[in-house]
Every structure is written in structure tokens, then in C-alpha cells.
Design a protein around this ligand. Structure first.
Ligand code: CA
Length: 234
């Protein structure tokens, strides 16, 4: 299940913000709102939305300058320009400064939502492809991108918790070496005293196997050395 996608609405006309917020939330998006260009830029930096709907004529800083500033900072968030005018120059300028799309007011909500979805989908596919390409193969069809903290099975990203990721990368970076549950609590969980908590290791290993193994009942990557502990087989 994907985490909720968020859209930052930068628009100074409150009634347009209201209708955008209502429709985006009804379609399952989270929303942020800014009523001028400076606040829009600030929220884009802080909240890292999945997409920005950006009006052109805004108080304090026009939409084009907001978009240009984000691109200059290397931020590739998809931006859809909302232009009030039919003028061709607005559209051309918007695309030249790095906007991904534009939509002319008044717009149909159905079309706007379709554009929002298409632009978010295109970006996340491109990001996933880049991360998968940069991932290091570790064993079988399993690969890890330690920059993005993502794990891939056959090029498909696997959704791991931070602890599952840390356990996997720790074991995979010491292939075929067997670690006891106490070792793993100390190395991966950084716990000094472990006591009964070693069960946590078993539970985490089981969850990890369910996510990375073709057949979790007969694992190929994380194996058990009975009475000793776990190891990553290569
Ligand atoms: Ca405006």
C-alpha cells in the first residue's frame, strides 16, 4: 500500500483553493495550502509534497519565480502551472522554466485530477527506475540501494521497515557469517541488555523473509543455523 500522496496548492484565490482541497482530499490526496509565492516556496522546501499546483499571478512572488527557484535548488517535484490566461506565452514560459504541465482556468476538476495523477505516477516511476538501476546486486535477484535505502527483488521495490532494512543490510554485508540473536540485538538494535528481547530478532527475520523470499517457508537468503543463529547465504 502506497503512503498518501500530497499536493501543495499555491493559489491566492480562496474559493479556488477550497474547491481544489475538497476534490483532492476526496480523491485520497493530502493537501497543503499557500496563499502567496514566498509561502509556497517555503512550504515546498519544508513539506516536500509529491506535486505542486502553482498559480502564476501570486502576491509577493509570481509562480514562475517559485518554480525557477525550486529547479535551481535541484528540486524535481512535479509542478502543474495554473494559468488564468489563454496566452501562449504563459504556457511556453512555464514549460521553459521547468514546469511539467499547465492547466488553464477555468478547468474541469476531472481533468485536473487526471493530470495530477499522471504527473505523480510518471515521477515515481522514474525515481523507482533510477534507484533500481543504481542498486547493488547482493544475491539472486535481490539488490540494495544504500543511497536511497531501498531493496529490490527482480527490480521491484520492496517496502521494508527501517529495522528490517538494517537487519538485511547488516547480514548481507557479512555473507555466510552466522550471528546469534544476541549478536544481532547488539549489532542491529544496539541494545546492551537483551534478556527475552531476542524474540524480536526472530519476529523481524520472519517478517523480512515474507517480504524478500520467493518462498518464506524455505528461505534462500536469510538462513537459520539451528541452535546458533542466522546468516545471509550467497
Ligand atoms: Ca492569482
Amino acid at each position: 500500500m502506497d503512503t498518501q500522496k500530497t499536493v501543495l496548492i499555491v493559489e491566492d484565490e480562496k474559493n479556488i483553493v477550497d474547491i481544489l482541497r475538497f476534490n483532492l482530499q476526496r480523491e485520497g490526496f493530502g493537501t497543503y495550502e499557500a496563499y502567496d509565492g514566498e509561502d509556497g516556496l517555503k512550504q515546498a522546501r519544508e513539506k516536500k509534497p509529491d506535486l505542486i499546483l502553482l498559480d502564476v499571478m501570486l502576491p509577493k512572488m509570481v509562480g514562475f519565480d517559485v518554480c525557477r527557484a525550486l529547479r535551481d535548488e535541484g528540486d524535481n517535484v512535479p509542478v502543474i502551472i495554473l494559468t488564468a490566461r489563454e496566452e501562449e506565452t504563459d504556457k511556453v514560459l512555464g514549460l521553459e522554466i521547468g514546469a511539467d504541465d499547465y492547466i488553464t482556468k477555468p478547468f474541469s476538476m476531472r481533468e485536473l485530477i487526471a493530470r495530477v495523477r499522471a504527473n505523480i505516477r510518471r515521477t515515481s516511476m522514474a525515481t523507482a527506475a533510477t534507484a533500481a538501476d543504481a542498486a547493488m546486486p547482493v544475491a539472486g535477484n535481490l539488490s540494495i540501494n544504500t543511497d536511497s535505502h531501498q531493496v529490490f527483488r527482480g527490480g521491484q521495490a520492496i517496502d521494508l521497515t527501517q529495522r528490517e532494512y538494517e537487519l538485511l543490510t547488516f547480514l548481507a554485508s557479512h555473507p555466510n557469517k552466522v550471528y546469534s540473536r544476541v549478536d544481532l540485538m547488539e549489532q542491529v538494535w544496539n541494545y546492551g541488555y537483551v534478556g527475552d528481547d531476542v524474540r524480536t530478532v526472530d519476529v523481524t527475520v520472519r517478517r523480512l523473509r515474507e517480504k524478500i523470499e520467493e518462498n518464506p517457508a524455505s528461505p534462500a537468503y536469510i538462513l537459520t543455523r539451528r541452535g546458533v543463529g542466522y546468516y545471509f547465504a550467497v
